[in-house]
Write a protein that binds this ligand. Structure first.
Ligand SMILES: NC(=O)c1ccc[n+]([C@@H]2O[C@H](COP(=O)([O-])OP(=O)(O)OC[C@H]3O[C@@H](n4cnc5c(N)ncnc54)[C@H](O)[C@@H]3O)[C@@H](O)[C@H]2O)c1
Length: 324
């Protein structure tokens, strides 16, 4: 894990001395950042921008291009972009010739604090992230300057995950308390979030236990995303999910939901439900079927302490109604 600038990339590459280097990016990031990279030799593969391209057809196209380029297991694939690119690059690197070298350079806030950290790769196949692997990269370079070109909505989208880390970890919480607005986001905060995720993932790579705390806010978020047909962005759904989790914490453990609401408001994230509580509950019930009949939530007890537990439907309903 390297916190630095894009100019560190050439060193990271030469330390691995790959046979060949290929950078994977999309058309947006190509113009903004890939064109500015120098100091090393690399081929490029550029794909269209969008979640709808995170699929097996795109992967097949990349596999074919790598073959054409004479890419081997001793070659390095670098994913430069948001979570869509880091997920695809990870998946391709883990499958092509049973595994090649992999470097990730996340360029969205969401990818820097979440998608590029922790070794999960994936593509969509009859459902979101239905096919994927666990594959740890040889390096992740977090270059803060890349966030300077990020549209505001994407910054806010990532900020919801940052607030999530703030509930899980006291240090992130106190850094967030000090920020005036999303514009003040700095390297220190991104680093603190990454450290939380790394600590959790080191204990539980394959999500057998502890890693599930990272799903704080996500039971509700998934229901909201599905109900909206994925027109509501993940981070905005997570924000509402964090509010619901905070209210569950209040009902079950006297947690103060005002702490979460204050942060979400400061970072211009939604704090109210976009659908009726019964609709959300209905969607959660469907999800519950998929998850072995359990309606499980990550519930805050206090900042820095959460539990993972099954929650009675009635209690969930009360929390949803309280969020309103
Ligand atoms: N593997 C994991 O553990 C994990 C975790 C969370 C999310 N994800 C995945 O991540 C994806 C979402 O990631 P995302 O929110 O980064 O979406 P994204 O990759 O689609 O990026 C969002 C938008 O920002 C643009 N962009 C990227 N970097 C930019 C920059 N520096 N300046 C300007 N524009 C830039 C992209 O082209 C895109 O249009 C989803 O597919 C999700 O499943 C994976």
């Amino acid at each position: 894990m390297k916190f630095g600038t894009l100019s560190d990339l050439s060193n990271l590459i030469s330390e691995l001395s790959p046979y060949k280097t290929v950078v994977l990016a999309n058309t947006t990031v190509e113009k903004l950042w890939l064109d500015r990279l120098d100091g090393f030799e690399a081929e490029r593969i550029v794909i269209p921008d969008g979640e709808e391209h995170k699929n097996i057809e795109t992967v097949k196209g990349i596999w074919a291009k790598l073959q054409e380029l004479g890419f081997t297991r001793k070659s390095l694939l670098i994913g430069l972009g948001g979570g869509v690119i880091t997920d695809i690059a990870g998946f391709v690197a883990s499958t092509y010739m049973r595994g090649t070298m992999l470097g990730l350079v996340p360029t969205t806030l969401l990818a820097q604090v979440d998608a590029a950290i922790g070794g999960k790769t994936g593509i969509n196949f009859n459902g979101k992230n239905m096919v994927g692997t666990f594959y740890l990269p040889d390096f992740v370079l977090i270059a803060h300057e890349t966030l300077s070109t990020l549209p505001r909505v994407e910054l806010l989208n990532g900020m919801a995950e940052v607030v999530k880390y703030g509930i899980l970890d006291r240090k992130v919480y106190s850094l967030l308390k000090k920020l005036g607005s999303v514009e003040d986001l700095d390297r220190e905060l991104v680093k603190a979030c990454v450290e939380v995720k790394l600590r959790v993932v080191e204990e539980d790579l394959r999500e057998g236990g502890k890693r599930r705390i990272l799903n704080l806010g996500h039971t509700t978020a998934h229901a909201i995303e599905k109900l909206s047909n994925y027109t509501i962005k993940h981070g905005f759904a997570v924000a509402v999910g964090l509010m619901v989790a905070a209210k569950l914490g209040e009902i079950l453990y006297n947690f103060d939901p005002g702490k979460v609401e204050e942060l979400l408001r400061k970072f211009e994230l939604p704090t109210g439900l976009p659908f009726e509580p019964e609709k959300i509950l209905g969607e959660m019930r469907l999800d519950k079927k998929a998850w072995y009949g359990r309606l499980t939530f990550v519930v805050p007890i206090e900042v820095g302490e959460v539990t993972i537990e099954e929650v009675e439907e009635d209690v969930v309903r009360r929390a949803l109604e309280a969020v309103g």
